[in-house]
Ligand binder design. Structure first.
Ligand SMILES: C[S@@+](CC[C@H](N)C(=O)[O-])C[C@H]1O[C@@H](n2cnc3c(N)ncnc32)[C@H](O)[C@@H]1O
Length: 239
């Protein structure tokens, strides 16, 4: 099973993007790590928020995604080489790419191990993914309320936080730390059901939880912080 983002293509960037100064730092860290690589696959490229910056840094970038609408957004940004394809069955020859980046995708795919095997097959050197350091407190409160209302989540893929237990990063690069978590931005994302974690939750329950959360979200900037980092994985460990 896999999850297309067609339904949120129009609101994705509005609800996810980092401020430009932070994105610049993440991409600087990415490009430094990718030094010496020429061909790069962005598996689950989405709207191309990383891809366009990598392409503009001079890499030969290929993006794939199962969502036509997300790919259209990436194309509008200027990402040149895009394919409608499934990361479980990559349409590329063995060792075609120098590196693969895969950001915020594996949690969506039940067969995430198949994706990792495919990435290993088509990639010569490096596999990079970004992760977020600490969870957003509003998301944590949402999950607590789901438990209170006895809603059981269906498990899909593996979160990037858990991935480290299975596939230990050979290198861990803290690109951004101490980013304030803004309640208003998180709430907008929740209201628009822009986050895939909410798609299985029935609308009536989702609305109830948002109501319950609103006093918690009054403070605009929450006191906890999240970080963004890059993790370089060890291919040898993929089963
Ligand atoms: C959370 S978005 C991340 C997009 C982009 N990597 C980013 O960080 O902005 C997840 C993307 O993975 C795509 N996706 C989900 N399952 C996929 C699969 N099996 N193969 C390729 N893409 C997939 C979705 O359509 C969506 O565009």
């Amino acid at each position: 099973m896999t999850v297309s983002f067609d339904r949120v293509a129009d609101v994705y960037d509005k609800t996810r993007s980092f401020p430009p100064r932070i994105m610049k730092r993440v991409v600087k860290a990415l490009t430094e790590e990718l030094e010496g690589c020429r061909t790069i696959l962005d598996a689950g490229v989405g709207t191309g928020r990383y891809a366009i910056l990598l392409q503009n840094s001079g890499f030969e970038l290929v993006g794939i995604d199962v969502s036509r609408k997300m790919l259209q957004k990436a194309k509008q940004k200027g990402v040149a080489n895009l394919h409608l394809a499934d990361a479980r069955y990559l349409p590329f020859n063995d060792l075609y790419f120098d590196a693969t980046v895969c950001n915020h995708v594996l949690h969506l795919i039940q067969e995430w191990k198949t994706v990792l095997r495919e990435i290993t097959r088509v990639t010569r050197h490096i596999f990079l993914s970004t992760t977020y350091g600490s969870p957003n407190p509003i998301s944590e409160a949402y999950e607590e309320l789901l438990k209170k209302y006895a809603f059981e989540r269906r498990k899909r893929g593996i979160s990037e936080a858990q991935l480290g237990n299975f596939l230990k990063p050979t290198r861990f690069i803290a690109a951004v730390t101490n980013t304030p978590v803004k309640a208003d931005k998180t709430l907008t994302m929740f209201e628009e059901k822009a986050c895939s974690r909410h798609w299985d939750v029935p609308n009536h329950l989702h609305s109830q939880i948002l109501k319950d959360l609103s006093p918690f979200c009054r403070k605009n900037i929450l006191s906890r912080y999240s970080g963004s980092c890059l993790e370089k994985r060890d291919f040898e460990a993929v089963p």
